[in-house]
Design a protein around this ligand. Structure first.
Ligand SMILES: [Zn+2]
Length: 509
């Protein structure tokens, strides 16, 4: 959805204090208190100097007028949390200077109208206040849902003040009523990323081929099929009997034991146990219930691959927007994002998750595209835009970081002994040309287009941008060696060894 701005804006003074285009679609609103009964002009002057290092999308002055300081398409610096601000519209409201930081009635009435306007323009018909920090941050908004968050969850502040905090539920109810919806909801539990590695040919390779052929048989193009499969891989490793890892421990059952117990009826809580299960890691109770009924009607095991594919396809038909995007997709990335944001909807849909899933998809594309007999694509040629090939992975990582820093989606693919940094693959040559021109304009004068064959995608984020948490898990998995070797390897790769070690210790504690 294209980003727009509110028609309620009466005064605009754009602040330089923002991060550019947001990386997450808008699904939160965060109201703040200014701590001052000021005007929209004053707010504009406050957020204008770069030295201020702060901003917000909108401000509501003491007279009820609305000012705009950061356009909705960009990420503002408002809530002491980049994760929140990437997906939130932030609104500063004129308030008293002392607790409970009350708003004037006209300010509150304007806030209600502004939230209605924001929801409408961003395709939402419900505004939710879940009231609880951990519940809210774990909540995965369903289609049409906008969620309220507050600054005090992220910093040692009272913002939005006790006056407004006490009215958050009222705000949600009034806005939702004006949008024509009702406010009762049961939060859908958050799904977790279960896979962190690049797909390789393993025992799931038979599943791969089965899934590819099934989806191709439904008439989808290669990009769409690869995009779906990359997501399924991220969810379940393409294993239909996959029980969400954290629940294996919690329930004391392996994938096989859980599947058998559900089939035999000795485990009766399949529908309501909140455990992700199967190819798409179905989690929410109504979807698990539908899956169970579907399996029973077919006389198949709950872990049966063909049954789950039929179910997935049936379910997908009800996601009409996602299906439309899939059918129109001109790249694996576009298809992958359609599934990620419209169908799977995990809590984290940020750039690195998008790149990771699209990277998995590209691997399937490279392996299977154009090779199925059911539907041969008209043009088998793929135009890959490349910005360098390196014999050392570190150097490819550096180039990848440089390319991504300029806003290009890119990945490293290994072909023979070379690590190639590529920015997309296109079936239409003119699209590749356009991307090439953008790269050259961004200073990558050596970029070129290649139709050379596929490699294996080995990275979608530069090694140096791994989080301490990711590294700690890798260390525990034995990927960084032991003792001094580990210290040297991490340090050479540009990481803070002691921070990683500390995280390892706290995970193992
Ligand atoms: Zn605040």
């Amino acid at each position: 959805m294209a980003y727009t701005n509110s028609p309620m804006v009466a005064y605009t003074k754009l602040s330089p204090n923002h991060s550019g285009q947001r990386t997450h679609s808008i699904d939160r609103i965060t109201p703040h208190c200014v701590v001052g009964q000021c005007s929209v002009e004053t707010l504009g002057n406050i957020f204008y100097p770069t030295s201020k290092q702060a901003s917000c999308q909108y401000g509501i002055g003491a007279d009820g007028r609305v000012g705009m300081y950061v356009e909705e398409k960009n990420r503002s610096w408002c809530t002491s949390s980049k994760e929140n601000d990437q997906r939130a519209i932030t609104i500063e409201c004129a308030s008293d200077t002392t607790s409970p930081y009350a708003f004037k009635d006209i300010v509150y009435q304007t806030l209600i109208k502004l939230c209605v306007d924001i929801c409408k323009r961003n395709g939402k018909n419900k505004l939710l206040w879940l009231g609880d920090k951990s519940k809210t941050l774990a909540y995965e908004p369903k289609e049409g849902e906008m969620v309220l968050t507050v600054h005090r969850w992220y910093a040692n502040k009272s913002c939005p003040g006790d006056w407004m905090h006490a009215r958050m539920g009222d705000l949600a109810a009034k806005v939702t009523a004006q949008l024509g919806g009702t406010t009762t909801t049961t939060p859908e539990p958050v799904k977790e990323e279960t896979q962190t590695v690049t797909p390789v040919a393993t025992s799931t390779s038979d599943n791969e081929k089965t899934i590819w052929d099934f989806l191709k048989g439904k008439g989808l193009n290669d990009f769409a099929v690869a995009g779906i499969m990359g997501n399924l891989y991220a969810e379940s490793g393409l294993r239909p009997n996959n029980l969400q890892n954290t629940y294996e421990k919690k329930l004391g059952m392996t994938d096989d034991q859980y599947t058998a117990a559900v089939d035999k009826g000795t485990y009766g809580n399949f529908v309501k146990d909140s455990a992700g299960y199967g190819l798409a890691q179905w989690t929410y109770w109504s979807r698990k219930q539908a899956l169970l009924e579907f399996a029973k009607a077919a006389g198949k095991s709950i872990g049966d691959l063909a049954m789950q594919l039929d179910f997935l396809w049936k379910e997908l038909q009800t996601y009409t927007g996602t299906m439309k995007l899939l059918k129109a997709a001109e790249s694996v990335k576009a298809a992958s994002n359609a599934i990620l944001t419209g169908y799977e909807k995990p809590a984290d849909q940020g750039t690195s998750v998008q790149n990771k899933r699209a990277g998995y998809g590209v691997t399937y594309y490279d392996k299977y595209a154009g090779k199925t007999t059911t539907t041969l694509s008209a043009s088998g040629t793929l135009y890959r835009v490349q910005v360098g090939a390196f014999s050392k992975k570190e150097n490819a990582d550096k180039q990848l970081a440089a390319v991504q820093a300029k806003g290009f989606d890119s990945f490293i693919t290994k072909v023979g002994n070379l690590y190639k940094v590529q920015v997309g693959a296109y079936s239409v040559k003119s699209n590749a040309d356009a991307q090439l021109n953008r790269l050259k304009a961004a200073g990558f004068s050596d970029a070129f287009i290649t139709t050379a064959g596929a490699g294996t995608v080995v990275a979608t984020t530069p090694a140096a941008t791994k989080t301490v948490e990711e590294l700690a898990r890798e260390v525990i998995a034995g990927k960084w060696g032991n003792g001094d070797d580990r210290k040297k390897a991490l340090t050479d790769a540009g990481y803070d060894y002691s921070a990683v070690q500390q995280a390892v210790n706290s995970i193992l504690a």
